[in-house]
Design a binder for this molecule. Structure first.
Ligand code: ADP
Ligand code: ZN
Length: 432
């Protein structure tokens, strides 16, 4: 097992916790002295930096919300002078007004370190060739992955997203060994490659994919691995915390959250009390080392679970399990909570179905109607009965998982719009 930073990655859990305590205490003083926002917040809540003596006191600290970043747009929460910034990014704005985030040189270095650990853990090193097909620009995916790749000394190909045919040619011509992009975009790359008769399965160099920026299911992982012959790993991040940060190790059972840099808490959304190890709740993160935009108990808005305990890979840092989706992604249909990821996980177990689908919610009188447009890999059969059987199977499997009936509409291959970044899975007509 290769490590990028073995001492830290396998640090004794008690020592790691002590390091977190030490860094949290420093952080609390740092934000109080450097951020008018946090000074005001602490004063309002009657909290003094000296009240925080160790990580055991973390629950005394107030939460930070996405709204705080929006209200202080663009740089009102930054803790450094503009002259100390070396880079600015902005979130993709999926859920509203974009958020601006800034970095000092140390912030950029720690971000690259975080990814370097993850990339090394999945067996990548200076001999590898990484194609970064996340978008470059204000979105943190492209440049974040780029710096991580350069940090391990790999050859980095900054294709950014889009221009799918050229992506595929470069991949073959340059002997790319790993690709980074959204899982939905990689599904599209697989599809285009197959259509052109150059299935990724025949590509002998490509062996690793690191996919994230959107929720995806275990079934989609199996589908991707089977159809491309690579190992597919999950990566999580969000602009506010830096960008892509935490990667799965070869165990493929959760993404290691680097505890020397971040404290994760999973809280019951109703009581805001910690849940038990492995239970789902709201993901709350405190950044321990960030200088430009440190965040205290930041409520990202994602539902997640974390497992502590030493991983079979030897790393002692907690693992963030596959995300269900952000709370904003959840749609409530006839009072039942539905995540697009649940639909994906059902569909990806059915071989005739492509990874592209769309959920449409409409209001019919007093009732919500949910339709799932399911794209087939092939619709050339003229046996109506085959299609009816397929519809019955999809309806049944969806009803079992969602406890809700949905109408199924089969559509021709290529009908659902493809995405180069984050896929759009829901059209909710009730809001209009
Ligand atoms: P925006 O919030 O504008 O979409 P970001 O790129 O910062 O911009 O998005 C971060 C969000 O993307 C996370 O909060 C999470 O909801 C989602 N996300 C990122 N990576 C993953 C992943 N591996 N699995 C599930 N969701 C993810
Ligand atoms: Zn591990």
């Amino acid at each position: 097992m290769a490590y990028w930073n073995q001492e830290i990655e396998t640090m004794d859990p008690a020592r790691l916790r002590a390091l977190q305590s030490e860094r949290l205490v420093k952080l609390v003083h740092y934000v109080y002295e450097n951020s008018p926002f946090y000074k005001k917040l602490f004063d309002e809540k009657g909290i003094k930096p000296d009240d925080i003596k160790s990580i055991d006191d973390i629950q005394k600290l107030p939460f930070t919300f996405k709204k705080d970043l929006r209200d202080t747009y663009p740089t009102g929460m930054f803790c450094v002078k503009n002259t100390d910034l070396v880079r600015i990014h902005a979130s993709s704005g999926t859920t509203g007004k974009p958020i601006v985030v800034g970095y000092t040189q140390n912030d950029i270095d720690n971000w690259a370190e975080s990814l370097a650990r993850g990339f090394t853990s999945v067996g990548l090193d200076q001999d590898d060739i990484l194609q970064v097909s996340y978008g470059y620009g204000l979105f943190t995916g492209g440049l974040g992955a780029h710096y991580g790749s350069e940090r391990i000394g790999a050859t980095t190909i900054p294709t950014s997203s889009g221009n799918t045919e050229r992506q595929l040619s470069l991949m073959e011509d340059l002997g790319v060994t790993a690709v980074l992009c959204t899982p939905s975009y990689f599904s599209y790359l697989i599809e285009v490659a197959e259509k052109e008769g150059r299935s990724l399965k025949n590509n002998k160099s490509l062996r690793v994919g690191i996919f994230g920026a959107e929720p995806w299911s275990e079934s989609l992982r199996h589908r991707i691995e089977e159809r491309s012959g690579i190992k597919a790993y999950d990566v999580f991040g969000t602009s506010e915390l830096s960008g892509p940060l935490f990667t799965e190790c070869p165990e493929q059972k959760g993404m290691h959250v680097w505890a020397d840099m971040f404290i994760v808490e999973i809280l019951n959304p109703d009581t805001m009390e910690p849940v038990k190890d492995g239970e789902t709740g709201e993901l709350v993160v405190t950044t321990l080392l960030k200088e430009a935009l440190p965040l205290i108990r930041y409520r990202i808005g994602d539902l997640a679970s974390v497992e502590t305990g030493v991983c079979p890979c030897g790393r002692t840092h907690p693992r963030l399990m596959r995300l269900k989706g952000r709370s904003d992604d959840m749609i409530i249909v006839r009072g039942i909570n539905v995540f697009p990821g649940q639909v994906e996980s059902v569909l990806m177990k059915i071989p005739e179905v492509s990874p592209h689908f769309m959920i449409i919610i409409e209001r019919n009188g007093e009732l919500d109607d949910m339709t799932v447009q399911v794209e087939l890999n092939d619709m050339s059969s003229d046996k109506v009965d085959d299609y009816n059987k397929l519809i019955a199977r999809i309806s049944h499997d969806l009803r079992t998982v969602l406890t809700l009936s949905a109408s199924i509409e089969l559509v021709n291959p290529g009908t659902i719009p493809r995405s180069e970044g984050k896929a759009k899975r829901v059209i909710d007509k009730r809001k209009f």
